[in-house]
Design a protein. Structure first.
Length: 407
């Protein structure tokens, strides 16, 4: 019955998604990031410097902001026929969402089977309706693919699998937090493999594209403002929150380091506790959310790690259906879901609560910082919850020892 209901809900969600996507308010931005990747691949083929300005030749236009190794997989995209390019990327994005759901369910302990494939498909359709996933698919973004690499690196039992985590970190630096996370939870051998993979891919890029590598590691990497100013209302990171609080695109670095460092430390504590309880997916998801929060600049579509996080919290609620477990997954899902809002015209767009700009300064502040505030709340909840569960486990062990001694 549970699988039937999940499948029916998934079919309804997929049908609605297919109907609304072509009618999306921001249709002019459809696959805009995928077009950036295509141009980047063409630049590599033509020997054009990657970090020399706007990909579209516009002042203050979109620039290539990834490490140079990320441009290599984009070379084949430059060879794809423009006539079917958007359809190809859309298919790839949806496949990646399915892969993320499949890997997440496998990490929750479900066995590979036809039923799991159906469940993963239905889950895919439902979780297309959270804003980071919806927007990533709409833009043709790389973030879902990197999430799949990281999830596979944690799930697969091959000793070289963590190298996938290093590959993701080499293509976009924020997944590097997973390498530190592996070390923090005691998986030191895996962290060494992931770290070696990161270094290896970076050196490959340096050998293949020495000029681009030099430009990135000596200049571009230090200028997050190439994406947009830190106080941009769409910067859903700790740096964005601080920059807007100070009213400047260059807030005090020491404040950001202090807040981000504290959050990273708390994240590693929680990861270690979750790992010890076997809640690996929740630990990995929290690390992904933390990476988005700590990054100097994070668009809404960077927060794709809400997908496995919701599944991890939902599993907790399924195993122990009480208000303390149901409330977190309900609140997180509501916060990141696609809701019909009016932006920028009077025509509804499914952009989520972060796109709500009316309602006064308080509402504006809340929506601009929503994802960071959800992250802070998650840290507080999981710090307390994992501590309580650790105490309960300890008491249960002591009771077992006492009973055994009496026997």
């Amino acid at each position: 019955m549970g699988l039937f209901v999940l499948t029916a809900a998934g079919v309804a969600a997929a049908t609605l998604f297919a109907f609304l996507l072509p009618r999306y308010e921001l249709v002019r931005s459809f696959m805009i990031d995928a077009q950036c990747y295509r141009i980047s691949g063409r630049w590599i083929l033509n020997g054009h410097p990657l970090y020399s300005g706007s990909l579209f030749g516009l002042k203050n236009g979109l620039e290539f902001v990834y490490p140079p190794i990320a441009a290599i997989p984009m070379i084949p995209l430059a060879m794809v026929s423009a006539h079917r390019y958007d359809e190809l990327i859309l298919f790839a994005e949806l496949t990646a969402v399915f892969a993320a759901c499949w890997l997440s369910l496998r990490m929750l302990g479900y066995r590979a089977s036809k039923k799991l494939a159906v469940a993963a498909g239905a889950t895919t359709a439902l979780l297309l309706w959270i804003e980071p996933i919806w927007t990533s698919v709409h833009l043709g973004q790389i973030n879902i693919f990197l999430m799949v690499l990281v999830l596979a690196g944690f799930h697969l039992r091959n000793r070289f699998a963590p190298g996938l985590i290093g590959a993701a970190a080499a293509m976009k630096l924020t997944p590097g937090l997973f390498i530190a996370g592996l070390f923090g939870v005691g998986e030191r051998a895996k962290s060494y493999v992931a770290g070696a993979s990161f270094v290896g891919f970076t050196l490959v890029a340096a050998a293949a594209m020495p000029r681009n590598s030099f430009d990135f590691w000596t200049d571009a990497v230090f200028h997050a403002s190439r994406i947009a100013p830190a106080d941009n209302g769409a910067n859903f990171s700790i740096m964005g929150l601080i920059a807007r609080a100070f009213g400047t695109p260059t807030p005090p670095t020491i404040v950001w380091v202090a807040v981000a460092g504290t959050c990273a430390f708390a994240t590693f504590i929680i990861m270690r506790r979750l790992y010890a309880r076997g809640e690996v997916l929740l630990a990995v998801s929290l690390c992904g959310i933390a990476a988005c929060a700590i990054s100097p600049f994070s668009w809404g579509h960077h927060w794709v790690w809400f997908l496995p996080l919701i599944l991890g919290l939902a599993q907790r609620a399924w195993d122990d259906p009480r208000w303390p477990t149901i409330t977190p997954v309900a609140l997180v899902t509501a916060a990141v879901a696609c809701w019909p809002v009016r932006f920028p015209s009077d025509r509804p767009a499914f952009l989520g609560l972060t796109a709500v700009k009316g309602g006064g300064p308080a509402v504006h502040w809340l929506t601009n910082n929503l994802y960071v505030l959800v992250f802070f709340a998650l840290l507080a909840y999981l710090l307390v919850n994992t501590r309580e569960r650790a105490d309960e486990d300890l008491m249960a062990e002591l009771d077992d020892v006492e009973v055994g001694a009496r026997v």
